[in-house]
Design a protein around this ligand. Structure first.
Ligand SMILES: C[S@@+](CC[C@H](N)C(=O)[O-])C[C@H]1O[C@@H](n2cnc3c(N)ncnc32)[C@H](O)[C@@H]1O
Length: 192
């Protein structure tokens, strides 16, 4: 993530998390949460009732998340694949997914979206932070080189899809978007 965001990650993700508008009592699910870096920023918005549940497939991420967040009682980690149907005993106010969904084949992304819909409370909010829609052939050569070098092949079809339309087809509505990095990155907000 540091490479992809040219070392501006901390500042960038802090702006993103501010834009999410976390309320002190929110229950948040972070899919593909990684090291817990995002969770550590999110939990600063909580009172005792707010919680952040990080979910990730990787045991390495689990260790790092627990090391970073162990002292914060309102954070929790679940080791779980998000690309297969799963069922948790609670629904969430907000679900966040950051630079994960572009890495799946499109058919699998549909399962991830269904997992998200099922685990949001009525009127809950989904936030997808990922590449925006753009034409790779129109990127400046240096950016194109970095994108093609760093990214997996599924990212190349992700950027060509109409994500508002895809989410609308999955019963999400009320879209709002915020762009970063010359509009190559987007925080897309959608309501259940
Ligand atoms: C590029 S990192 C992004 C990490 C974090 N969301 C962030 O913004 O810093 C992708 C994360 O997704 C996780 N991941 C990849 N495939 C997954 C899957 N099928 N189920 C759950 N997590 C997955 C990886 O382990 C990794 O932590």
């Amino acid at each position: 993530m540091n490479i992809a965001t040219l070392s501006y990650y901390r500042n960038f993700i802090s702006r993103v998390i501010k834009a999410i508008g976390i309320q002190p009592e929110d229950r948040i699910l972070d899919l593909g949460c990684g090291t817990g870096r995002n969770a550590c920023i999110m939990k600063t918005y909580f009172n005792d009732a707010g919680t952040i549940t990080g979910m990730d497939i990787s045991s390495v991420m689990e260790r790092q998340f627990k090391k970073k967040c162990a002292k914060h009682k309102n954070t929790k980690f679940i080791r779980q694949r998000i690309d297969l149907p799963f069922s948790l005993p609670e629904q969430f106010d907000k679900i966040f997914i950051s630079f994960v969904i572009h890495g799946f084949p499109h058919k699998i992304r549909q399962t991830v979206i269904e997992n998200i819909y099922a685990h949001l409370k009525p009127d809950g909010l989904f936030f997808m932070l990922d590449f925006a829609e753009f034409n790779m052939s129109k990127m400046p050569p240096l950016y194109r080189f970095i994108f093609k070098t760093v990214e997996c092949k599924y990212a190349f079809d992700f950027i060509e899809r109409d994500w508002k339309h895809i989410l609308e087809s999955n019963n999400f509505s009320d879209f709002e978007e915020l762009f970063f990095f010359k509009k190559y990155v987007r925080l897309l907000k959608a309501k259940k």
